[in-house]
Write a protein that binds this ligand. Sequence first.
Ligand SMILES: Nc1ncnc2c1ncn2[C@@H]1O[C@H](COP(=O)(O)OP(=O)(O)OP(=O)(O)O)[C@@H](O)[C@H]1O
Length: 571
Amino acid sequence: MLLMRFPCRGYHDLYLLGGPECTTFQEAARMQGLLDDEREYSDSLVEAHSFMTGYRLRSFFVMLCSIGAPAFSLWEQHKDLLSEDLFEGEENRERAYQVALIQIDRGLRRQGSSVVDHGLPEVEDLMTELGREQVGYDRTASANYVAEWLPRLSAEQRSVFDYVCALVEGSEDAPENNGMFLDAPGGSGKSLLGSVLAAHFRSKGLIVLCVASSGIAASVYVCGITAHSMFRFPLSLDDDRGVWGITNGSQRAELVRAAHLIIYDEVSMAHRFLIEMLDRGLRDLCDQTKVFGGKPVLLAGDFRQLAPVVRGAETANEICAVSLKSSHIWPALHKMALTVGQRCTDAVYSNFVLEVGDGTAVEHTLPDLSAGERVIALTGIEHVPTVSALIQSVFPDELLDDPDECAGRAVLAPHLVNVRSVNDTILESLSGIDEPQYSADALDAEERELGNEFFDMDTLNQACESGVPPHVLHLKVGAVCVIIRNLNFEEGLLNGTKVIIVEIGQRLIIVRRPGSQVRFGIPRIIFKFPVFPRSEFMMSRRAYPLQLAYAMSIHKAQSQTINKCAVDLRS
Ligand SMILES: Nc1ncnc2c1ncn2[C@@H]1O[C@H](COP(=O)(O)OP(=O)(O)OP(=O)(O)O)[C@@H](O)[C@H]1O
């Protein structure tokens, strides 16, 4: 606590930091969130109960389980809270627990696990994953969606639609290739086409699984989830022999086997090992040697956008080597393309963006460039000379009190250090009190067991890693943030979701999505990462998975819709 530089004149003042009731330094530190203690989850559940009950509280419990909370003890402690809306009298208490657990199990299954995986009591759900999928869609609503959009599809969207229909419906002239790749530049309407396809088949009672590389891209689809959650891909990819976590007799296997179509979006961001793992898994599950076990799989993506992330890669070749294009599956895919922009009505600009991506834009050499360097002339873009002018152009002072409007804007930067400095500057200009949130940092338990306890707390607090919040996260009520982990698919709280801070609680940050008044609780979660970059010593940081979102890295902006944006090109 002394390291935090809290304002105090003596040791006794430290007690008061935690509130009037604190009588020990430990308790005061715990109230400040500096201790990594097991009451964290329990306290956050009780705090969430102050504004969420019933189904939404159970959904919050599902989120706690998925981020590693001790599910069984939490359930035992709070099962009454979690089931209170289901009680119909004392004699029905056990039945209420069962119903609550069935809902929790369904929520967990949506995210790729089940009550048993988390040590919770097993429940008998008369409906399997496949059964729920079969009755999970309103067929009339799906048919209405198709009726609205099918006539509006462009000629090239329609041609893809017809190819997929012929394949799935097994018509006489059904094509040979069940593996497909749809090349679609940003805004050309691939997600919309995917949604029309899904609705078309679902309106006929067929099973369509919609997955994507990132949670935010998956959330565009009705019941979309990440490919990792659907196919239980392992988190680390050591070689090309990995296997998915679906066992052949499981409910998930039954669902995947029954699927008539799999749509996998943003596949250009996926490591080729994942697609190869999907191929091996499906061949095994369907007992067929054909690519993807003969199942219709529509892969969609845009190689002009983000490539797979390869840690420590130094050359472009290292990244290309893990791309789907380098996979043995690539030649077996039927290639289709969308080329006409649907989002942007400015055809000149759309074509220019496409040319940059395709490498066909006109390049110039200038006298002050070094040999081999080329530039592309950008037209119709306003240049500003200073960072403050850049910030003012997107976030003028009079707009800062309107978080919903701010959430639709962003400053993008290639370097994290510039992202942080722009965010800090804007936070300072926001009205309201800065309420710093401290993380609880510790050397990983395994390292402690090995006796590697020679890092002092200051070193751990200063450790930083991309995608991990800093030890001190400065927040204000009304600030716009982005969630940096997939937390809850049902509630749409995903890596990349923008949220506005409504209240800063003891164990929860209460947020709402732009344009909505529904409140959600974001708990602290544990991030594990090396103490120093590439060091073998691992540490854990329990922190809120939030980041200010006025400025974002270009990677983080993938799949975001931004109405007005500036690019910070400082090197
Ligand atoms: N045929 C169409 N007619 C009218 N609007 C369309 C059509 N197709 C797509 N759109 C609209 O264009 C916008 C972009 O479509 P969509 O999000 O499907 O593109 P995308 O290719 O998935 O883009 P990104 O790769 O950036 O996610 C959406 O607002 C969508 O509703």
